[in-house]
Design a protein around this ligand. Structure first.
Ligand code: DGJ
Length: 734
């Protein structure tokens, strides 16, 4: 929750059968007209981007959907030989499938598991028909990517049907041709007369060709989110996911698959991002035939979704990108897609105000005058937005400590006798926020499973946001505050995982309820800048970005750890979406002492830059740096929030991590360059830039001018002094 500053400055996821049968169309048949990147030729389909092709067809014999190619752009399909069937695995288990169902001889991980009224879990989805749709329909109740202009995106819907169970599956594929991004979701409809239960549903499932792959994921825990892990994909299943009810600190709903020799800047890379904030599952399996199956979707441990006759379940959508320019290439595609076609907030590509957050400076120890003084001092230093963190609410159970008050979202009268809109926030209080009762007392509103103990984390329970009355209560409470104060920024925090639930379906129903709350509030208050948070990056996913353009990246503000977390998080999420703050030293989480300038430079790499400290605790020399850092932040923030990111040196590989941000038009850039350990008697390496125009000339820090070719092929050289030294270098096309 934030208050406007007291100045005029504005504030603010069969046994033996050998055959050689043509299963795909001939090259000549491929010459079909394209609709916005979608080419349909009979029952062969291609989604073509500027540099990517995703091709599949209907097996004429079986009606199964068979993948032909997902990789670099091709304009035709080389006919596929029928698999050699020897042994126990039938043909269906030896091909690359688009929608692997269960019980018919494909022994790899299925994308769907439907339990029928009779108890069968066999399913037999065959092609029924297809449609091509201009643009892209939104998903009911779920966050989804969207087009802005004609030609941004085209959609192909393939209708599959199981004749035996009368269950339909619609696979919706959309292609954003300029961004080499393919998006898929699945809708299951019960067209039968009995009830069925969906026990597994993957949003995206693809079988990549025979060959070796490495997989990349982001793992972590509280205060060490976004740690990049790369490992070989081996035979059998390997995967990860979340059963926390949220995307979680532990694993992120992102999967990278790369060729073994792919690097940050070279080689084939595939990226998958699930647009979902709840429990998810990522399965990667290399089968007996050497294909690698990758799938992302709802976590089956948290899914048991009943569908009565005529009812449907829609999966979240999942984005897949492909680049021949390494892992960095995939990241830049995600960033552009998310900034322009996922984030709905008007602040998505707007420069963000430099802020000061009260948490690490004051924790719960404050009242109105202490907040006023901190806000006043922040304003004098040039800070534009004051964020009042935890501790402002609750009267019956005041939240002056972390074991009371949650859900009682009324300003605490002792701390704020004048409410959340005292005169110094420049907004008259017209109506006091009210709500009927303290949530902490409403036991049926807290998630629980019968008489099982309600296990606490941080002395907290979780409100059951699957219940419409809880959704309405949150919407009303927040609307009261946002409608009656000058609050222009909301940090939406969530500090524990979901434990006991009344049923498995509640996990997904909770998420649908939460999305309804987010959507209603951001639509009602479009001028409020919302920041997501869940004990740091516990809910940093593509789903949340639809509503909140930024997320607090980690509770670990130690600048060294932050380089790892921010570089890791940037594998999929745009820098614009990362909140990053400068805090005091020794750091509260790690005890490490790092100079103020290095701490500031690391935080400046995040789209929402700020301070999280009481300036009174800084040395005079450090405090004196603040106005200059704010000036720099304001100069470079437009490039950070809208630019492309090039990770030049990775912290896991180099003592000199470096990142270059370039504006979308390529005219301006900002280079961040760090020395971690002090070295003695070592050479000073050149740092080679990337992403520049070789023929253009660039001025470096307003002085020397070099060609893009020189900067990319030879590079720049800087000398560092001691450990934790850093440089910020401005680059501009001459
Ligand atoms: C966890 C968040 O990540 C912190 O930034 C802070 O808001 C605390 N919660 C407050 O309780």
């Amino acid at each position: 929750m934030t208050l406007r500053l007291p100045s005029n400055k504005g504030l603010v996821s069969g046994l033996v059968a050998l055959a050689s049968v043509l299963l795909t169309p001939t090259a000549a048949q491929n010459a079909a007209p394209s609709t916005g990147g979608v080419v349909v030729n009979g029952t062969s389909f291609a989604l073509n981007g500027d540099h990517v092709s995703y091709r599949f067809h209907v097996d004429p014999k079986t009606g199964d959907l068979i993948n032909d190619h997902f990789g670099g752009l091709v304009t035709e399909t080389v006919p596929m030989l029928a698999p050699q069937i020897q042994g126990w695995v039938e043909g269906i288990g030896r091909v690359k499938r688009e929608f692997p169902d269960m019980g018919r001889g494909d022994f790899r991980v299925p994308a769907v598991r439907v339990k029928q009224t009779a108890g069968y879990t066999v399913s037999d989805f065959r092609y029924r028909s297809h449609d091509v749709v201009q643009g892209k329909p939104a998903l009911p109740g779920l966050p989804s990517t969207f087009g802005r202009d004609e030609g941004d995106v085209t959609t192909l819907v393939v209708h599959m049907y199981d004749n035996y169970s009368s269950v339909a599956a619609d696979l919706t594929y959309s292609i954003f041709p300029k961004l080499d991004a393919i998006v898929r979701s699945v809708n299951i409809t019960n067209e039968g007369k009995g009830n069925i239960t969906i026990e597994k549903l993957a949003s995206f499932s693809v079988d990549l060709p025979y060959g070796d792959f490495d997989m990349i994921e982001l793992k972590g825990d509280w205060a060490r989110e976004g740690m990049k892990v790369r490992r070989k994909v081996d035979y059998g299943t390997q995967g990860f996911g979340s059963t926390t009810g949220y995307s979680s600190h532990l694993h992120n709903p992102f999967l990278g698959l790369v060729a073994p020799d792919t690097t940050e800047s070279r080689g084939e890379a595939w990226g998958f991002s699930l647009i979902y904030t709840g429990s998810f599952a990522v399965d990667v399996e290399r089968g007996s035939q050497g294909f690698t199956r990758a799938m992302l979707g709802l976590n089956p441990y948290h899914l048991s979704w009943n569908l009565g006759p005529g009812e449907s379940l829609t999966s979240p959508e999942c984005v897949a990108t492909y680049s021949e320019n390494g892992i960095g290439g995939v990241s830049r595609l995600f960033h552009r897609l998310f900034r322009n076609h996922l984030m709905k907030s008007k602040f998505a590509v707007a420069p963000r105000p430099v802020l000061l957050n009260s948490w690490e400076g004051l924790f719960f120890d404050y009242n109105e005058s202490r907040i006023y003084n901190l806000a006043q001092e922040s304003a004098e230093l040039g800070v534009k937005l004051f964020v009042l963190d935890d501790g402002w609410f609750g009267n019956e159970y005041p939240r002056v400590i972390d074991n009371a008050g949650l859900g009682d979202w009324q300003a605490n009268k002792d701390r704020f006798p004048n409410g959340l809109a005292p005169s110094w926030t420049k907004s008259p209080l017209s109506r006091r926020p009210t709500h009927p009762r303290s949530c902490s007392l409403v036991s049926d509103w807290a998630l629980h499973a019968g008489d099982y103990p309600r296990t606490l984390t941080r002395s907290e329970l979780v409100l059951n946001v699957a219940l419409p009355e809880v959704q309405d209560f949150i919407i009303a409470s927040l609307s009261d505050i946002l409608g009656n104060t000058s609050v222009t920024y909301v940090k939406w925090d969530n500090n524990r995982a979901i434990h006991e639930m009344p049923s498995d379906s509640v996990a997904h129903a909770y998420m649908l309820g939460l999305y309804r709350v987010f959507d209603t509030l951001m639509t009602r208050f479009p001028d409020v800048l919302f920041e997501g948070c869940a004990s740091g990056g516990g809910r940093f996913d593509a789903g949340i970005l639809q509503y909140f353009p930024q997320v607090w990246t980690s509770d670990d503000t130690d600048a060294l750890m932050r380089i790892y977390t921010q570089f890791g998080t940037s594998l999929v999420y745009p820098p614009s979406s990362m909140g990053a703050h400068v805090s005091v030293v020794p750091n509260q989480q790690t005890g490490r002492t790092i100079p103020f300038s290095f701490r500031s430079h690391v935080a400046l790499m995040g789209g929402s830059f700020g301070f999280e400290l009481d300036p009174a605790e800084l040395s005079d020399a450090d405090r004196a740096q603040i106005p200059g850092i704010i000036k720099l932040a304001e100069e470079i923030n437009p490039i950070i929030v809208k630019g492309d990111l090039w990770r030049l040196n990775l912290p896991e590989d180099s003592n000199w991590p470096a990142a270059l941000y370039l504006s979308e038009d390529g005219n301006k850039g900002v280079l961040f360059y760090f020395q971690v350990r002090s070295t003695v008697d070592q050479p000073t390496p050149y740092l080679r830039l990337q992403g520049l125009d070789p023929a253009a000339r660039y001025t470096v820090n307003g002085t020397d001018t070099y060609s893009g070719a020189t900067l990319m092929r030879m590079g720049l050289q800087y000398r560092f002094k001691g450990e934790y030294d850093s440089k910020v270098v401005l680059i501009e096309k001459a």
